[in-house]
Design a protein around this ligand. Structure first.
Ligand code: ADP
Ligand code: MG
Length: 439
């Protein structure tokens, strides 16, 4: 059966509504998954990976395009697919074994077969001896294993995994990855194909046969890369490293001309340039690290290791540093700009000034400063700003944006924020800036 096509996504688009705006969360995606393949959808947060997974499993119908399963158009939920989410919803009042049996029951497995099947599955995921435990007695990693056992209990042809390791600690995640690979490559589960979503580059290269790389705004496929390395894979092997480097080259922003890089402000035509969700200390940390290093240019994949951060976080910090003009990025390499060097070597006060001057270039900050300048007493309740952002962003995103804006703006001393009262105030440095902009 190998090489037979299991899933075909044809010109899939998904439009969501957010406030008054409609936007493409996924645009014109075409994907084919064959029998026997382990495919990974890899991309930054917000690139539409979970949306695609829901579409593949039929939990959601796309706005445009169609899904074929074994050549037939998919209608409703795909009975041959199971989806495993980041965190499992186990029934707390049922034992480990009962949690698996209930999935078998839902699939119509006769009563006398459920217990032996459940015990066998728990054994296979390494939970032998924990059958009668309750979820609260288990570690996160073990709970996740129960979730895997439950997903496998229904023997799905297509196993869909949505960032299944991201809620686990480093060690449990690594163990569970190895265990899943062993089940899969050893043919110990009847699953014909795995579609996994990840935002972790190393994890994807470690596990999958093929990477489908996505980017955001709008969510789309930007590259496909086969991973032709035998299992078990060696993370330190030159071939492995070369692949990781290649993916960073695709995903780490290539520095754009300024008018594109900066985007537009909320409510204005064009794409709003939102801030990556990172702290000022993340930014300062990276700039200092690059400045202290003897090399002019750094391989991004090496930074992930040296700074001990995962690829998703690193890419966000790099995006911030690039947006502020402290570094440029090209083909998987990052280079500090003269401004970045100046920032790194400046006194604390001078750093704040540089930072402030960089923030004032960003349409999002101009928008905020202008709003504050017009407000009575140059003060605004934080809810007002959040409501304005929520016209364009889903609520949690609006909250995150605001948190980032406030912390960056505070560091640059262009705004002040009173935590207790929830009031944002224009600082003198921000006032001058707002007057210059508003003129
Ligand atoms: P990923 O899994 O890659 O992080 P998602 O598929 O979850 O991406 O989301 C893609 C985009 O669509 C994000 O901007 C997200 O906020 C938005 N989104 C996801 N689900 C919904 C929904 N039900 N309604 C509105 N917007 C949504
Ligand atoms: Mg997701």
């Amino acid at each position: 059966m190998a090489d037979e096509v299991l899933v075909q996504l044809e010109h899939i688009s998904q439009v969501y509504r957010s406030g008054k705006r409609r936007f493409y969360a996924v645009q014109d995606v075409n994907i084919t998954i064959k029998d026997g393949e382990f495919v990974c959808l890899l991309g930054p947060s917000g690139s539409g990976k979970s949306t695609l997974l829901r579409i593949v499993t039929g939990l959601q119908a796309p706005t445009e395009g169609r899904v074929l399963y074994r050549g037939e158009p998919l209608r409703g939920v795909n009975p041959h697919a199971t989806i495993v989410f980041q965190t499992f919803a186990l029934f707390p009042w049922l034992t480990v074994q009962e949690n698996v049996e209930i999935a078998l029951k839902a699939r119509g497995v006769p009563r006398n077969l459920r217990t032996p099947r459940a015990l066998d599955l728990l054994d296979r995921v390494g939970l032998d001896g924990f059958e009668t435990a309750y979820p609260r007695e288990l570690s996160g990693g073990m709970r996740q294993k129960v979730g895997f056992a439950r997903a496998m209990a229904v023997e799905p042809e297509l196993l869909c995994l949505d960032e299944p390791f991201s809620a686990l600690d480093v060690l449990s995640a690594e163990t569970l990855r190895g265990e899943l690979l062993e089940l899969w490559t050893g043919g110990k589960i009847p699953t014909r194909a795995i579609l996994m979503v990840s935002h972790n580059i190393e994890e994807a290269v470690f596990m999958a046969d093929r990477l489908i790389i996505m980017d955001k705004n709008p969510g789309r496929v930007v590259a496909e890369i086969p991973v032709d390395l035998p299992h078990p894979r060696q993370r330190k092997s030159p071939h492995f490293i070369a692949l990781v480097d290649k993916v960073y080259g695709i995903l780490a922003g290539q520095t754009q001309p300024e008018h594109i890089e900066l985007g537009s402000a909320p409510g204005k035509p064009g794409t709003t340039r939102w801030l990556p969700d990172v702290t000022v200390s993340d930014i300062v940390g990276l700039v200092e690290y690059l400045d202290e290093s003897p090399n002019q240019t750094h391989d991004i994949y090496q930074l992930a290791e040296e700074l001990a951060v995962d690829s998703d976080k690193l890419l966000r910090v790099i995006e911030a540093v690039e947006l502020l003009g402290f570094a440029t990025v090209a083909s998987g390499d990052i280079t500090l700009t003269p401004l970045g060097e100046a920032f790194s070597e400046a006194s604390i006060l001078a750093r704040k000034e540089i930072f402030a001057s960089r923030l004032r270039r960003l349409p999002l900050f101009r928008w905020l400063l202008e709003m504050l300048r017009r407000a009575e007493g140059h003060r605004l309740p934080v809810d007002v700003v959040q409501t304005a952002l929520a016209l364009e962003l889903p609520p949690e995103e609006a909250e995150k944006q605001l948190r980032t804006m406030v912390s960056w703006g505070r560091y640059g001393e262009i705004i002040a924020y009173d935590d207790e009262e929830g009031i944002i105030t224009l600082e003198p440095a921000g006032e001058t800036a707002a007057e210059m902009i508003g003129a």
